[in-house]
Design a protein around this ligand. Structure first.
Ligand code: NDP
Ligand code: HSE
Length: 413
């Protein structure tokens, strides 16, 4: 029998405890022996819960108990998650975490400690909730050169955008619902400002390239400035707006960014709605492969943690290499990436046609009945060139006393 501990009895930690009980037989069979929960560390007591007799408040009890071989970290954040996880690994315990902030900030160091201590630091649940994506990257796609990963990697924002798109719900109401369902981060700014997606694409890029990625280098834009008017245009154009985390890996460098993206029906990620995540991986031999499933939520995410606990049980005395080295990967600035651009401009198209063509070249034009504006879709341009054109256009408009550009959303179609 293997004794385990959970740190953090919130949405995910309680889900892990529930599955350990509910699926005890199948877990015993796969792990080779029973995984029994000994401690649940939390700040609070949970007197009415099934783990009431296992609740502890002192981390030292886990760290110093040699019986504990596997520790689940589901507290979130960096402090005390980082010092606690590090201490567990140094004490020779395997760790499974759902905490992408921890993996993105300290993955390189924690994996190295795990290697030295011949234990494992697993983090399948940190990206894509219940979708297997980390293990496929180090197990199934080992022989591939991964050229691109593009994903809808945040359940909360996808849930919000879907509600705004399909039900005309407000941003605030949709966010509240995502929170009540347990999808959102403790501080939902991490979801809606794109920080969570940024950590996740950094982790996927590190796994794909086998290099350390500094998430701070990844250009990150969230969904807070997306409006119902944008969705009205999108509907007319047969498109949708999704928050993408993208990484294109070439010649030992990555072009990586997080941003809302306008996409059309031809894009495989177009139909990924609600809390679902979709991750498109392109390998140089494989071509595209799509991973799809519940990107957040108690049981789907806890299921991924359980898979890590089983793999740890199967490798109690060995370290499973995950191909993430200490060598840093250079992340290119977004100015070098190319997109089409959906741009909303105040005023009427007939007055602006000549100027728009001067600054942006040939464009597709879209007009919505009853609005004092129009929208254009540019051809593919480098971000740096687009920014220069947009700034010059705005300056010219303002010189004429006109408001200029109201919105810009990058487009992939
Ligand atoms: P919750 O806030 O629901 O749970 C965290 C738990 O940890 C709370 O019970 C909290 O107690 C407890 N905790 C906080 N600090 C400490 C501490 N110092 N010592 C002991 N316990 C502590 O978060 P989630 O379960 O939603 O998320 C956990 C992690 O999993 C995060 O990293 C998140 O990003 C990640 N994740 C979450 C998903 C989801 O769908 N929710 C999906 C995938 C990953 P208290 O409430 O009293 O502060
Ligand atoms: N807040 C995250 C999301 C949890 O909504 O995707 C899953 O990582």
């Amino acid at each position: 029998m293997i004794k385990a501990a959970i740190m953090g009895y919130g949405t995910i930690g309680s889900g892990v405890a529930e599955i350990l009980e509910e699926n005890r037989d199948v877990i015993r069979e796969k792990a080779g022996q029973e995984i029994r929960l000994k401690y649940v560390l939390d700040l609070r007591d949970f007197p009415d819960s099934p783990v009431a007799d296992k609740i502890i408040h002192d981390f030292k009890q886990i760290e110093e108990d040699e019986e504990i071989r596997i520790v689940v970290e589901a507290m979130g954040g960096l402090n005390p998650a980082y010092p606690f996880v590090k201490a567990c690994l140094l004490a020779g315990k395997h760790v499974a975490t759902s905490n992408k902030a921890l993996v993105a900030a300290h993955g390189t160091e924690l994996l190295e400690i795990a290697r030295q201590k011949r234990v494992n630091f697993f983090f399948e649940a940190s990206v894509g909730g219940g979708i297997p994506i980390i293990r496929p990257l180090y197990r199934c796609l080992e022989g591939e050169r991964i050229e691109e990963i593009t994903g809808i990697l945040n359940g909360t924002t996808n849930f919000i955008l879907t509600k705004m798109d399909e039900e005309g719900e407000t941003f605030e109401a949709a966010l509240k619902e995502a929170q009540s369902r347990g999808y959102a981060e403790r501080n939902p700014e991490a979801d809606v400002e794109g920080y969570d997606t940024c950590r996740k694409i950094a982790i996927l890029t590190a796994m794909a390239a086998g290099r350390e990625v500094h998430f701070e280098d990844i250009y990150t834009e969230g969904i807070t400035r997306i409006t119902d008017t944008d969705f009205k245009y999108a509907k007319q154009m047969g498109t949708s707006i999704k928050l993408f985390g993208t990484s294109r890996i070439h010649d030992g460098r990555a072009s990586a960014f997080v941003a809302p993206m306008m996409i059309d029906k031809a894009n495989p990620l177009y139909s990924v709605n609600d809390v679902f995540n979709g991750i498109l991986v392109k390998g140089n031999m494989l071509g595209p492969a799509m991973f799809y499933g519940s990107g957040a939520g108690k049981l789907p995410t806890a299921s991924a943690v359980i898979a890590d606990m089983i793999e740890a049980s199967q490798n109690l005395d060995s370290h499973v290499p995950m191909g993430w080295s200490e060598k840093p990967l250079c992340v290119e600035p977004i100015e070098t990436a190319s997109f089409r651009y959906f741009v909303r401009i105040a005023g009427s198209w007939t007055d602006r046609e000549a100027d728009v063509n001067t600054y942006f070249g040939g464009v597709d034009v879209h007009v919505l009945e009853g609005l004092d504006e129009f929208a254009i879709l540019t051809g593919r341009m480098q971000e740096g060139a687009f920014r220069r054109a947009a700034a010059a256009f705005d300056t010219a408009e303002q010189a004429e006393g006109r408001p200029g550009i109201r919105q810009m959303i990058r487009a992939e179609m």
